[in-house]
Every structure is written in C-alpha cells, then in structure tokens.
Design a protein around this ligand. Structure first.
Ligand SMILES: N[C@@H](CCC(=O)N[C@@H](CS)C(=O)NCC(=O)O)C(=O)O
Length: 141
C-alpha cells in the first residue's frame, strides 16, 4: 500500500506481523511513524518509510491488474527494495495482455515481472527469489 504522493520521492507504508512481546521499537531503519495494532494474539506494526528509489541498471516491468492482491504484494516488495518499475495495467491497456503472455512464455496471471529481459515470474516467484537472496543481487546489477 502506498501513501498518497508516493512516487519518485514519496512514502511507502510497510507493515509486518510481529510477536507482541518482542516489539520494543520500530525495527525499520527509516521509520518516521510507527503504530502497533494488536489483532488477536499477534501485533501488526506499520511504519511509514521514505522511498528513495534507485533505478536498476535493468529496467523492471510489472504487468498488473488494478485490483490484484498478488500485484500489490509484489509492488510493495519492489518499493521496499527502493526499486523503480514500470507498471502496465493490462485491464486498462488490454492490448498489452498478449505482449505479457508472449514474454511470460504463456503465463496469463498477474503479476508478471521482468527485470531486464529476465522473466522473474509472478508474485510467489519474486518472493522466492528474495528468500534465496538473489533479488538484491539482481537489482544491484
Ligand atoms: N501464484 C500467482 C498467483 C497470481 C494470481 O492468481 N493472480 C490473479 C489475480 S490476483 C490472476 O491473474 N487471475 C486470473 C486473471 O485475472 O486473469 C502469483 O504468485 O503471481
């Protein structure tokens, strides 16, 4: 979720689920505002972080639809990494859908994410890449 005004020098809301007892201070490096929201037996901590986007050497393209939780999660992760990306909303630009499917080797779900000409895949693939520690390397290339 992005705050109004988020853009090249905007703000991003980052939320994470934490164990309530372990929350002493906001863990985010650049946290300006934090709020603890107890929900059941876990807490959510929300922080407002400045975006200082860097442009990867390889341009990032993400094909999305307007209401798509997987797309939002993927964009949140890229925003947290400070990675600039081009977003193509295929529900607004249906003529780009065929291009996406062709580039994605036949995959038709959104999001489809490309870093340079490398087809990363969908949201799950992006998070898997990050868990393996490969996303930062790819973005820094
Ligand atoms: N596992 C996929 C799930 C993607 C997915 O199911 N996306 C939905 C939209 S939220 C979709 O494309 N549904 C088919 C459609 O809208 O044509 C991923 O991680 O990207």
């Amino acid at each position: 979720m992005e705050a109004p005004g988020a853009g090249s020098n905007g703000w991003v809301i980052h939320s994470q689920r934490v164990q309530g007892s372990s929350v002493r201070a906001c863990p985010a490096r650049h946290a300006i505002v934090s709020a603890r929201l107890p929900l059941g037996n876990v807490d959510w901590i929300a922080t407002l972080q400045p975006i200082s986007r860097r442009t990867a050497m390889a341009p990032i393209t993400i094909y999305t639809k307007g209401w798509c939780p997987y797309c939002s999660a993927a964009k949140d992760l890229l925003n947290q990494k400070g990675a600039a990306f081009d977003e193509i909303e295929i529900d607004r630009q249906p003529d780009r859908r065929g291009e996406m499917i062709q580039r994605a080797g036949g995959r038709s779900t959104v999001p489809q994410i490309f870093i340079g000409e490398r087809h990363v895949g969908g949201c799950d693939d992006l998070f898997a890449l990050d868990r393996r520690g490969e996303l930062d390397t790819l973005l820094a290339a």
